[in-house]
Design a protein around this ligand. Structure first.
Ligand code: C2G
Length: 151
């Protein structure tokens, strides 16, 4: 039984989040996701998440690829979360490339390609521009961007 662990804010849940979690789940048998607490999110981004931590956790927990979730309180506790969950593989999007290599001493560390052209910040900007009729482009499956994985 291979356990995969990943972390994120997952605010305004979007297709980039979905692609990351689906691909992470394909790397093992069990996917566990640490959801940034509201306070940790404020410290990371110096703005509040739009959705509170309970709702963000419920959304991620409801996905068919996700087996378990917990609230992540800080960067400093990551190693402990990895050990507590007995994770074999630590996954993050490649915007974090190299940042978590220290965990290679306890598990495999994988950075997956980020879905281009979408982020919580871009969604917020698009909403602000709605009066200008801005719509985000359709985002294909990440497999179309990086490989030919069949569903
Ligand atoms: N992601 C992605 N493609 C996007 C947007 C996000 O693959 N277009 C990935 C990120 O790389 C990350 C995950 O989705 O692996 C969650 O992204 P965020 O919600 O933005 O989380 P972040 O603020 O990066 O929090 O301790 C680490 C942090 O908790 C990560």
């Amino acid at each position: 039984m291979k356990t995969v662990i990943t972390f994120g804010t997952f605010d305004l849940f979007h297709i980039g989040h979905l692609n990351l979690l689906r691909r992470a789940s394909q790397l093992g048998d069990r996917l566990v996701v640490g959801i940034s607490s509201d306070e940790f999110t404020y410290r990371k981004k110096t703005r509040d998440a739009v959705f509170n931590q309970k709702d963000r956790q419920k959304i991620v927990q409801s996905l068919k690829w996700v087996n378990d979730t917990f609230i992540e309180e800080s960067f400093e506790h990551k190693l402990q979360y990895i050990l507590d969950q007995k994770a074999d593989i630590f996954v993050m999007g490649d915007d974090w490339k190299g940042m978590f290599d220290e965990f290679k001493t306890v598990c495999e560390v994988v950075y997956l390609p980020r879905t281009t052209g979408i982020s919580t910040t871009e969604i917020l900007e698009a909403i602000q521009d709605l009066s200008l009729n801005t719509q985000l482009p359709e985002h294909g499956d990440i497999s179309e961007q990086v490989d030919n994985v069949q569903e």
